[in-house]
Write a protein that binds this ligand. Sequence first.
Ligand code: ACO
Length: 426
Amino acid sequence: MNNDYAELTINGKSYAFPIVEGTEGEKAIDISDLRKKTGYITLDPGFVNTGSCKSEITFIDGEKGILRYRGIPIEDLVEECSFVETAFLLLHGKLPDQEEYKRFSDILNESSLLHENMHLFFDRFPQSSHPMHILSTMINALSTFYRHVDSESVEGDIFKSSAFLISVFRTIAAFSYKKSIGEPIVYPRHDLPFCANFLNMMFDSPVKPYVIRDQIVSVLNKLLIIHADHEQNCSTTAVRVIGSAQVNLYATISAGVNALSGPLHGGANQAVIDMLMQIKNGGKDISKFIDKAKDKDDSCKLMGFGHRVYKSFDPRAKILKEECHKLLNIIGVNDDLLEIALKLEEIALKDDYFISRNLYPNVDFYSGIIYKAIGIPVNMFTVMFAIARLPGWIAHWKEMVDSEDRKIARPRQIYVGYTKRPILRD
Ligand code: ACO
């Protein structure tokens, strides 16, 4: 093996495969003609060793705690940019200039209303429906009301259809919440920026006007930026795979929403609140709960601690930790669960078990607490994640559609079922 190729020997015969190197030094063996050359395929459940594409969008280094969108560190983006600018950056590879920003914002404003006939759909969902299932259904239905997407999203104005989707997605999310609590929907307003507009649609009511607070708008912007992309995670991979069949953008994104709705993916911050509830209902005995989490014979884990990719620290959690403490200082902690969360954090951060295993509170721990503190109901947490992740999904979909080596995704398998057998009835 040398720097340019990898050698594979099967039954004494050698084959060479090129080495591909990314701009940050990550290396891969290009096995795209492995089957053609050797008759073999690779077996990699969960695709944990498989690079499914080359991408210019997001770089993560889990060992060093690095996350960058289009080369820009997440720490700089939360300091200097809004979610809308970050969305533009992910979609178009650069931050918008003044003219681009105006055009993008104008489309966001013009598209914020949902077709009135789509409002009827909300009335037909059972009251107990999870907002993520309502969201994915509504996003799928968009392509029946807004037919332009079929042509635009494949060869035409992706600029327009992606901005439209980012705007209307937020409206649908807020409407589904209002419907779930039986309150009248609040229409979007052109005079409000993206995050303030969303908060107003969520919390304003005819009997109690919502007062928009700058600190809450600011923390929401940061939360959305932090979750806007995370390279080839489960929902993004779903978007790329489904989009590869030339499914229109909105139907593709609906699949991403469904993938995110799974508890192993988007549900972790909800699990944090469930854990805090459990501690509260168990008499607020935090030390006892921590002992349970440390016990090898107990399957209990401290939800919101540890991360598969970030092994030293999660850069997003570092930002949110500061934001969370700042926010709670400003708005005050008048909630048992938030109090438990802060005590839990304090105790776990001093505990050798967690220190020695590099187990720190992750992004979900703090995002759960912040969402709770700003009044977002727990069953909307995953919807918030989806609003944030949407620009990332669209950026990956667009990159896949534009790529020269675009192919319909079609993995192979190793069949381990019956060999040929006769019909048997017994
Ligand atoms: N509570 C208690 N112990 C833990 C926790 C935890 N949250 N996380 C890991 N450990 C322990 C493991 O038992 C293991 O102990 P050992 O070395 O004595 O056997 C050690 O820490 C290493 O853990 P692994 O399981 O090898 O770590 P892995 O990378 O496989 O798992 C994961 C990471 C799945 C995130 C895990 O930490 C976990 O389940 N955390 C709680 C759930 C959670 O918060 N998920 C959200 C992750 S963030 C996100 O998805 C955006």
